[in-house]
Design a protein around this ligand. Structure first.
Ligand code: SF4
Length: 391
Protein backbone atom coordinates (compact mmCIF):
# COMPACT_ATOMS: atom_id res chain seq x y z
CA UNK A 1 0.00 0.00 0.00
CA UNK A 2 2.79 2.41 1.02
CA UNK A 3 4.77 1.53 -2.13
CA UNK A 4 1.73 2.15 -4.36
CA UNK A 5 1.19 5.61 -2.82
CA UNK A 6 4.82 6.63 -3.45
CA UNK A 7 4.59 5.56 -7.08
CA UNK A 8 1.27 7.17 -7.88
CA UNK A 9 1.55 10.58 -6.26
CA UNK A 10 3.49 13.35 -7.95
CA UNK A 11 5.12 16.70 -7.50
CA UNK A 12 3.85 19.01 -10.22
CA UNK A 13 6.32 21.80 -11.08
CA UNK A 14 6.12 24.79 -13.38
CA UNK A 15 9.36 26.09 -14.94
CA UNK A 16 10.63 29.49 -13.71
CA UNK A 17 10.84 30.88 -17.25
CA UNK A 18 7.09 30.38 -17.75
CA UNK A 19 4.74 33.31 -17.13
CA UNK A 20 1.14 32.59 -16.18
CA UNK A 21 -1.78 34.91 -16.87
CA UNK A 22 -5.02 34.24 -15.00
CA UNK A 23 -8.67 34.95 -14.98
CA UNK A 24 -11.17 33.04 -12.88
CA UNK A 25 -12.16 30.99 -15.92
CA UNK A 26 -8.94 30.72 -17.92
CA UNK A 27 -5.22 30.41 -17.68
CA UNK A 28 -2.57 31.23 -20.30
CA UNK A 29 1.00 29.99 -19.88
CA UNK A 30 3.77 31.54 -21.97
CA UNK A 31 7.22 30.04 -22.39
CA UNK A 32 9.54 33.07 -22.44
CA UNK A 33 12.32 31.00 -24.05
CA UNK A 34 10.51 29.94 -27.22
CA UNK A 35 7.10 31.76 -27.18
CA UNK A 36 5.13 28.51 -26.87
CA UNK A 37 1.65 28.88 -25.37
CA UNK A 38 -0.57 26.57 -23.38
CA UNK A 39 -4.11 27.76 -22.69
CA UNK A 40 -6.91 26.17 -20.75
CA UNK A 41 -10.42 27.10 -19.70
CA UNK A 42 -10.93 23.90 -17.70
CA UNK A 43 -11.90 24.62 -14.13
CA UNK A 44 -9.66 21.89 -12.66
CA UNK A 45 -6.66 23.22 -14.55
CA UNK A 46 -7.23 26.84 -13.56
CA UNK A 47 -7.49 25.75 -9.93
CA UNK A 48 -4.34 23.61 -10.22
CA UNK A 49 -2.35 26.57 -11.58
CA UNK A 50 -3.74 28.97 -9.02
CA UNK A 51 -2.63 26.67 -6.18
CA UNK A 52 0.75 25.98 -7.79
CA UNK A 53 1.53 29.69 -7.94
CA UNK A 54 0.56 30.46 -4.37
CA UNK A 55 3.66 31.80 -2.69
CA UNK A 56 3.95 29.00 -0.15
CA UNK A 57 4.07 26.45 -3.00
CA UNK A 58 6.80 28.23 -5.00
CA UNK A 59 5.69 26.69 -8.30
CA UNK A 60 5.68 23.08 -7.00
CA UNK A 61 2.46 21.35 -5.91
CA UNK A 62 1.70 17.93 -4.49
CA UNK A 63 -0.53 16.14 -7.01
CA UNK A 64 -2.46 13.17 -5.69
CA UNK A 65 -3.11 10.10 -7.79
CA UNK A 66 -6.80 11.03 -8.04
CA UNK A 67 -6.14 14.59 -9.08
CA UNK A 68 -3.48 13.60 -11.62
CA UNK A 69 -5.94 11.18 -13.21
CA UNK A 70 -8.52 13.85 -13.92
CA UNK A 71 -8.64 13.87 -17.73
CA UNK A 72 -8.31 17.67 -18.08
CA UNK A 73 -5.30 17.75 -15.78
CA UNK A 74 -3.59 14.83 -17.49
CA UNK A 75 -4.04 16.45 -20.89
CA UNK A 76 -2.80 19.80 -19.58
CA UNK A 77 0.31 18.25 -18.03
CA UNK A 78 0.96 16.32 -21.23
CA UNK A 79 0.93 19.62 -23.17
CA UNK A 80 3.22 21.30 -20.64
CA UNK A 81 5.75 18.45 -20.77
CA UNK A 82 5.72 18.45 -24.55
CA UNK A 83 6.57 22.17 -24.54
CA UNK A 84 9.10 21.97 -21.66
CA UNK A 85 6.98 24.29 -19.53
CA UNK A 86 6.35 22.02 -16.58
CA UNK A 87 6.87 18.50 -15.32
CA UNK A 88 5.81 15.89 -12.80
CA UNK A 89 8.11 13.87 -10.55
CA UNK A 90 7.04 10.78 -8.67
CA UNK A 91 6.96 11.59 -4.99
CA UNK A 92 8.84 8.37 -4.20
CA UNK A 93 11.81 9.50 -6.33
CA UNK A 94 12.37 12.75 -4.47
CA UNK A 95 13.67 13.35 -0.95
CA UNK A 96 10.98 15.81 0.01
CA UNK A 97 9.49 18.58 -2.04
CA UNK A 98 11.71 19.59 -4.98
CA UNK A 99 13.12 23.11 -4.71
CA UNK A 100 12.01 25.57 -7.36
CA UNK A 101 13.07 29.21 -7.64
CA UNK A 102 10.09 31.00 -9.10
CA UNK A 103 10.21 34.79 -9.53
CA UNK A 104 7.30 36.71 -7.96
CA UNK A 105 6.26 40.30 -8.28
CA UNK A 106 4.94 40.79 -4.81
CA UNK A 107 5.41 44.30 -3.52
CA UNK A 108 1.70 44.95 -3.17
CA UNK A 109 0.81 42.07 -0.84
CA UNK A 110 3.92 42.76 1.22
CA UNK A 111 2.76 46.35 1.72
CA UNK A 112 5.91 47.70 0.03
CA UNK A 113 5.51 50.71 -2.21
CA UNK A 114 7.57 49.75 -5.29
CA UNK A 115 8.38 53.43 -5.80
CA UNK A 116 10.54 53.33 -2.66
CA UNK A 117 13.02 51.14 -4.55
CA UNK A 118 13.74 54.10 -6.80
CA UNK A 119 14.14 56.42 -3.82
CA UNK A 120 16.49 54.22 -1.81
CA UNK A 121 19.01 56.00 0.46
CA UNK A 122 21.77 54.05 -1.26
CA UNK A 123 20.85 55.28 -4.70
CA UNK A 124 21.28 58.65 -6.35
CA UNK A 125 17.78 59.44 -7.57
CA UNK A 126 19.28 60.72 -10.85
CA UNK A 127 20.38 57.15 -11.61
CA UNK A 128 16.74 56.56 -12.58
CA UNK A 129 17.11 58.99 -15.47
CA UNK A 130 17.76 57.42 -18.87
CA UNK A 131 16.77 60.07 -21.42
CA UNK A 132 16.42 63.86 -21.50
CA UNK A 133 14.75 65.64 -24.42
CA UNK A 134 15.69 69.31 -24.65
CA UNK A 135 13.13 71.26 -26.70
CA UNK A 136 14.90 74.25 -28.18
CA UNK A 137 13.74 77.49 -29.74
CA UNK A 138 14.97 81.06 -29.46
CA UNK A 139 13.92 81.23 -25.77
CA UNK A 140 16.14 78.54 -24.34
CA UNK A 141 19.22 79.73 -22.45
CA UNK A 142 22.38 77.67 -23.03
CA UNK A 143 24.12 79.67 -20.28
CA UNK A 144 21.58 78.56 -17.66
CA UNK A 145 20.97 75.06 -18.98
CA UNK A 146 24.52 73.75 -19.46
CA UNK A 147 25.55 73.93 -15.75
CA UNK A 148 22.41 71.90 -14.92
CA UNK A 149 23.23 69.28 -17.56
CA UNK A 150 26.74 68.86 -16.10
CA UNK A 151 25.20 67.09 -13.09
CA UNK A 152 23.49 64.44 -15.25
CA UNK A 153 25.02 60.93 -15.23
CA UNK A 154 26.89 59.99 -18.44
CA UNK A 155 24.59 57.06 -19.22
CA UNK A 156 21.67 59.42 -19.95
CA UNK A 157 20.72 59.83 -23.62
CA UNK A 158 20.20 63.42 -24.78
CA UNK A 159 17.73 64.42 -27.49
CA UNK A 160 17.85 67.94 -28.89
CA UNK A 161 14.40 68.56 -30.35
CA UNK A 162 13.30 71.48 -32.49
CA UNK A 163 13.48 73.34 -35.75
CA UNK A 164 16.82 72.88 -37.49
CA UNK A 165 17.73 76.59 -37.47
CA UNK A 166 16.87 76.92 -33.77
CA UNK A 167 19.05 73.91 -32.99
CA UNK A 168 22.02 75.32 -34.93
CA UNK A 169 21.65 78.66 -33.14
CA UNK A 170 22.50 76.94 -29.86
CA UNK A 171 26.13 76.29 -30.60
CA UNK A 172 27.16 76.32 -26.93
CA UNK A 173 24.65 73.60 -26.11
CA UNK A 174 25.73 71.56 -29.14
CA UNK A 175 29.43 71.93 -28.26
CA UNK A 176 28.71 70.86 -24.71
CA UNK A 177 26.90 67.76 -25.96
CA UNK A 178 29.48 67.00 -28.66
CA UNK A 179 32.03 66.64 -25.88
CA UNK A 180 29.70 64.65 -23.62
CA UNK A 181 30.26 60.91 -23.68
CA UNK A 182 26.54 60.06 -23.69
CA UNK A 183 24.53 59.01 -26.73
CA UNK A 184 22.79 61.97 -28.32
CA UNK A 185 20.23 62.59 -31.01
CA UNK A 186 18.98 65.56 -32.95
CA UNK A 187 15.26 65.31 -33.62
CA UNK A 188 14.02 67.74 -36.26
CA UNK A 189 11.87 68.00 -39.36
CA UNK A 190 13.31 67.46 -42.83
CA UNK A 191 12.17 71.03 -43.53
CA UNK A 192 14.52 74.01 -43.21
CA UNK A 193 17.63 71.83 -43.22
CA UNK A 194 20.73 73.85 -44.09
CA UNK A 195 24.37 72.90 -44.33
CA UNK A 196 26.06 72.25 -41.00
CA UNK A 197 28.26 74.92 -39.49
CA UNK A 198 29.72 72.60 -36.86
CA UNK A 199 30.66 68.96 -36.89
CA UNK A 200 27.73 66.97 -35.54
CA UNK A 201 28.96 63.57 -36.59
CA UNK A 202 28.75 62.10 -33.14
CA UNK A 203 25.02 62.90 -33.00
CA UNK A 204 22.48 60.56 -34.49
CA UNK A 205 19.59 62.15 -36.37
CA UNK A 206 15.90 61.38 -36.20
CA UNK A 207 14.29 63.27 -39.04
CA UNK A 208 10.52 63.59 -38.87
CA UNK A 209 8.45 63.68 -42.02
CA UNK A 210 4.84 64.78 -42.19
CA UNK A 211 3.00 63.91 -45.39
CA UNK A 212 2.58 65.13 -48.07
CA UNK A 213 6.24 66.08 -48.46
CA UNK A 214 7.33 69.41 -49.88
CA UNK A 215 9.51 68.17 -52.68
CA UNK A 216 12.05 71.03 -52.79
CA UNK A 217 12.62 70.87 -49.05
CA UNK A 218 12.78 67.08 -49.23
CA UNK A 219 15.38 67.01 -52.00
CA UNK A 220 17.49 69.62 -50.20
CA UNK A 221 17.35 67.62 -46.96
CA UNK A 222 18.38 64.41 -48.73
CA UNK A 223 21.42 66.19 -50.22
CA UNK A 224 22.50 67.65 -46.90
CA UNK A 225 22.04 64.52 -44.82
CA UNK A 226 23.81 62.27 -47.32
CA UNK A 227 26.62 64.74 -48.08
CA UNK A 228 27.52 64.81 -44.41
CA UNK A 229 27.25 61.01 -44.09
CA UNK A 230 25.09 61.43 -41.00
CA UNK A 231 23.50 58.54 -39.12
CA UNK A 232 19.85 59.22 -39.96
CA UNK A 233 16.61 57.51 -39.09
CA UNK A 234 13.41 58.84 -40.67
CA UNK A 235 10.23 59.03 -38.61
CA UNK A 236 7.20 59.18 -40.90
CA UNK A 237 3.93 60.47 -39.42
CA UNK A 238 1.08 58.36 -40.78
CA UNK A 239 -2.63 58.76 -40.14
CA UNK A 240 -4.12 56.58 -42.90
CA UNK A 241 -3.40 53.62 -45.12
CA UNK A 242 -2.79 56.06 -47.94
CA UNK A 243 0.03 57.62 -45.90
CA UNK A 244 1.54 54.17 -45.35
CA UNK A 245 1.56 53.56 -49.11
CA UNK A 246 3.20 56.93 -49.72
CA UNK A 247 5.91 56.04 -47.21
CA UNK A 248 6.49 52.74 -48.96
CA UNK A 249 6.99 54.54 -52.29
CA UNK A 250 9.26 57.19 -50.77
CA UNK A 251 11.48 54.73 -48.95
CA UNK A 252 11.80 52.61 -52.08
CA UNK A 253 12.52 55.55 -54.36
CA UNK A 254 15.12 57.12 -52.05
CA UNK A 255 16.48 53.79 -50.80
CA UNK A 256 15.75 54.67 -47.17
CA UNK A 257 16.37 51.63 -45.02
CA UNK A 258 16.28 53.11 -41.54
CA UNK A 259 12.82 54.42 -40.78
CA UNK A 260 9.85 54.13 -38.44
CA UNK A 261 6.17 54.84 -38.86
CA UNK A 262 4.69 57.18 -36.25
CA UNK A 263 0.89 56.73 -36.24
CA UNK A 264 -0.91 59.99 -35.53
CA UNK A 265 -4.39 60.05 -34.03
CA UNK A 266 -6.29 62.89 -35.69
CA UNK A 267 -9.64 62.44 -33.94
CA UNK A 268 -11.33 61.03 -37.04
CA UNK A 269 -9.11 58.10 -37.99
CA UNK A 270 -10.13 55.61 -35.31
CA UNK A 271 -10.82 52.97 -38.00
CA UNK A 272 -7.17 53.19 -39.09
CA UNK A 273 -6.12 52.67 -35.48
CA UNK A 274 -8.56 49.79 -35.00
CA UNK A 275 -7.21 48.08 -38.09
CA UNK A 276 -3.50 48.66 -37.61
CA UNK A 277 -2.74 49.64 -34.02
CA UNK A 278 -5.30 47.85 -31.84
CA UNK A 279 -3.96 44.52 -30.61
CA UNK A 280 -5.66 41.20 -31.19
CA UNK A 281 -5.13 38.14 -29.05
CA UNK A 282 -2.88 36.76 -31.82
CA UNK A 283 -0.75 39.95 -31.83
CA UNK A 284 -0.35 39.79 -28.06
CA UNK A 285 0.59 36.13 -27.89
CA UNK A 286 2.88 36.15 -30.92
CA UNK A 287 5.12 38.87 -29.44
CA UNK A 288 8.46 37.97 -27.95
CA UNK A 289 8.24 38.73 -24.22
CA UNK A 290 11.02 38.00 -21.74
CA UNK A 291 10.46 37.29 -18.06
CA UNK A 292 12.07 40.68 -17.42
CA UNK A 293 9.47 42.34 -19.70
CA UNK A 294 6.66 40.79 -17.67
CA UNK A 295 8.05 42.20 -14.42
CA UNK A 296 8.80 45.61 -15.96
CA UNK A 297 5.18 45.83 -17.15
CA UNK A 298 3.98 45.19 -13.61
CA UNK A 299 6.17 47.86 -12.08
CA UNK A 300 6.72 50.77 -14.50
CA UNK A 301 5.77 52.28 -17.83
CA UNK A 302 8.31 50.95 -20.32
CA UNK A 303 7.80 53.94 -22.67
CA UNK A 304 8.10 56.74 -20.11
CA UNK A 305 10.19 55.48 -17.22
CA UNK A 306 13.44 57.39 -16.83
CA UNK A 307 12.55 60.06 -19.39
CA UNK A 308 12.01 63.79 -18.95
CA UNK A 309 11.37 66.67 -21.35
CA UNK A 310 12.82 70.13 -20.75
CA UNK A 311 10.85 72.76 -22.65
CA UNK A 312 12.43 75.96 -23.95
CA UNK A 313 11.00 77.97 -21.01
CA UNK A 314 12.44 75.46 -18.54
CA UNK A 315 9.20 73.62 -17.77
CA UNK A 316 9.79 69.93 -17.16
CA UNK A 317 7.43 67.08 -18.03
CA UNK A 318 7.86 63.33 -17.68
CA UNK A 319 5.23 62.93 -20.41
CA UNK A 320 3.99 66.00 -22.22
CA UNK A 321 0.40 64.76 -22.00
CA UNK A 322 0.58 64.93 -18.20
CA UNK A 323 0.92 67.92 -15.86
CA UNK A 324 4.34 69.55 -15.62
CA UNK A 325 6.63 68.59 -12.76
CA UNK A 326 8.16 72.03 -12.29
CA UNK A 327 10.75 74.26 -13.89
CA UNK A 328 14.41 73.42 -14.35
CA UNK A 329 15.46 76.98 -13.45
CA UNK A 330 13.47 76.99 -10.22
CA UNK A 331 13.60 73.37 -9.04
CA UNK A 332 16.63 71.12 -8.85
CA UNK A 333 16.66 68.25 -11.31
CA UNK A 334 16.97 65.97 -8.29
CA UNK A 335 13.66 67.33 -6.88
CA UNK A 336 11.92 67.06 -10.25
CA UNK A 337 12.86 63.40 -10.65
CA UNK A 338 11.89 62.69 -7.06
CA UNK A 339 8.52 64.38 -7.64
CA UNK A 340 7.79 62.16 -10.65
CA UNK A 341 8.66 59.07 -8.63
CA UNK A 342 6.56 60.10 -5.64
CA UNK A 343 3.49 61.62 -7.28
CA UNK A 344 3.89 61.66 -11.06
CA UNK A 345 1.43 60.09 -13.50
CA UNK A 346 3.86 58.89 -16.16
CA UNK A 347 6.70 56.65 -15.03
CA UNK A 348 4.43 54.24 -13.15
CA UNK A 349 1.44 54.20 -15.52
CA UNK A 350 0.74 50.49 -15.79
CA UNK A 351 -2.26 48.38 -16.82
CA UNK A 352 -3.97 48.58 -13.45
CA UNK A 353 -7.02 50.40 -14.81
CA UNK A 354 -10.34 48.90 -15.90
CA UNK A 355 -10.79 46.87 -18.06
CA UNK A 356 -7.11 45.80 -18.28
CA UNK A 357 -6.96 45.02 -14.55
CA UNK A 358 -9.40 42.13 -15.03
CA UNK A 359 -7.95 40.88 -18.32
CA UNK A 360 -6.02 37.66 -18.66
CA UNK A 361 -3.48 39.50 -20.86
CA UNK A 362 -2.93 42.32 -18.34
CA UNK A 363 0.85 41.81 -18.25
CA UNK A 364 1.15 40.32 -21.73
CA UNK A 365 0.16 43.66 -23.27
CA UNK A 366 2.82 46.37 -23.63
CA UNK A 367 2.73 49.30 -21.19
CA UNK A 368 0.08 51.93 -21.96
CA UNK A 369 1.38 54.29 -24.64
CA UNK A 370 0.65 57.87 -25.76
CA UNK A 371 -2.23 56.52 -27.86
CA UNK A 372 -4.29 55.44 -24.84
CA UNK A 373 -4.10 59.06 -23.63
CA UNK A 374 -4.85 60.56 -27.07
CA UNK A 375 -7.81 58.26 -27.81
CA UNK A 376 -9.09 58.20 -24.25
CA UNK A 377 -9.38 54.43 -23.74
CA UNK A 378 -7.05 52.29 -21.67
CA UNK A 379 -7.64 49.21 -23.85
CA UNK A 380 -6.67 49.68 -27.48
CA UNK A 381 -7.35 46.07 -28.37
CA UNK A 382 -9.87 43.69 -29.89
CA UNK A 383 -9.94 41.55 -26.75
CA UNK A 384 -13.04 41.65 -24.57
CA UNK A 385 -12.07 41.01 -20.97
CA UNK A 386 -15.11 39.56 -19.26
CA UNK A 387 -14.03 37.89 -16.10
CA UNK A 388 -12.73 38.86 -12.74
CA UNK A 389 -9.11 38.20 -12.03
CA UNK A 390 -8.05 36.24 -8.93
CA UNK A 391 -6.98 38.45 -6.08
S1 SF4 B 1 -8.07 44.72 -22.09
FE1 SF4 B 1 -6.11 45.72 -21.71
S2 SF4 B 1 -4.76 44.07 -21.00
FE2 SF4 B 1 -6.52 43.10 -22.02
S3 SF4 B 1 -5.86 42.78 -24.11
FE3 SF4 B 1 -6.94 44.74 -24.05
S4 SF4 B 1 -5.31 46.27 -23.73
FE4 SF4 B 1 -4.45 44.26 -23.22
Amino acid sequence: MELEEKINNYWFAIEPYVFVGFSDKEVVLYNTLDKQIVESNKLEVVELMRETLQKENCGVLFLSYERYNHLDIRQFIFQLREKFMGDIIEVGLSNGKPIQLLPYYDFITKGVNPKNIYLSDNKNVLENLSEISIHVDSNISDRLLIPILRSIPNIVVFNVVGDWNDILNHEDLLFFLVNHSSNKYIICSYKNLTHLRIDLNNFKFKVSVHLPIEINEWNKSIDILYNHSLDVEYIFDVSSEEDCLKVELLTEKYKIEKFQLNPIYTGDNILFFKKHIYLSKEDILSASISIKDFYIRQSMNAYDFGKINIMSNGDVYANMDHPKLGNIYMNSIYDLVQKEIEEGLSWFRIRDQSPCDTCIYQWYCPSPSKYEIAIGYSNLCHVKPNSKKYE
